[in-house]
Design a protein. Structure first.
Length: 171
């Protein structure tokens, strides 16, 4: 197998490098989720004490959606916040995925977010990566935000791998 970051000809070089990190992690995550059953999607680990794969995916999609709108310097539309959010539920935990959802449903929703992010990156100029934008109670550069999306995805991929391992071991 040959590994290589994909070159998007419609993106500027620095933007492309950062986007490729997000894209590579996104594609890797999708590969980790092949053949996830509905039961596995909702499984919360030993003692039901952890976030399910569904919760993790919903969280990643919502956080990526928030970053996309931060990068565009636009407010997150209320309808998208309702569809993908909230970031945390009333108890401070990752929100549950709707009962009856399948891995296809959850990934299809995430695909919409990823495609929108790709379109945003196609309009970005390399110089804009150094622009400072609001980030919660702090600030960050657009470039750091894109890097953080890749890092955040990879962090939760480890949780997905662990959940899949625990799910297989319980049977």
């Amino acid at each position: 197998m040959h590994y290589h970051l994909h070159r998007q000809t419609e993106m500027e070089p620095r933007v492309n490098m950062l986007f490729s990190m997000v894209e590579e992690n996104y594609e890797r995550l999708r590969g980790l989720l092949e053949k996830v059953s509905e039961e596995e999607l909702f499984y919360k680990g030993p003692g039901q004490a952890y976030n399910s794969i569904g919760q993790l995916l919903k969280h990643l999609a919502f956080v990526d959606l928030q970053w996309n709108y931060r990068i565009k310097e636009e407010p997150l539309p209320v309808e998208l916040e309702k569809a993908y959010g909230p970031e945390l539920d009333a108890t401070g935990k990752l929100p549950a995925v709707e009962s009856g959802s399948t891995i296809v449903d959850v990934l299809d929703a995430y695909d919409v977010v990823f495609q929108s992010f790709k379109e945003t990156c196609q309009t970005l100029k390399d110089e804009e990566l150094d622009k400072i934008i609001p980030y919660n109670d702090h600030t960050a550069t657009i470039g750091w935000g894109i890097w953080h999306m890749a890092d955040h995805s990879r962090y939760h991929q480890a949780h997905v791998v662990l959940m899949r391992k625990w799910f297989r071991q319980r049977q």
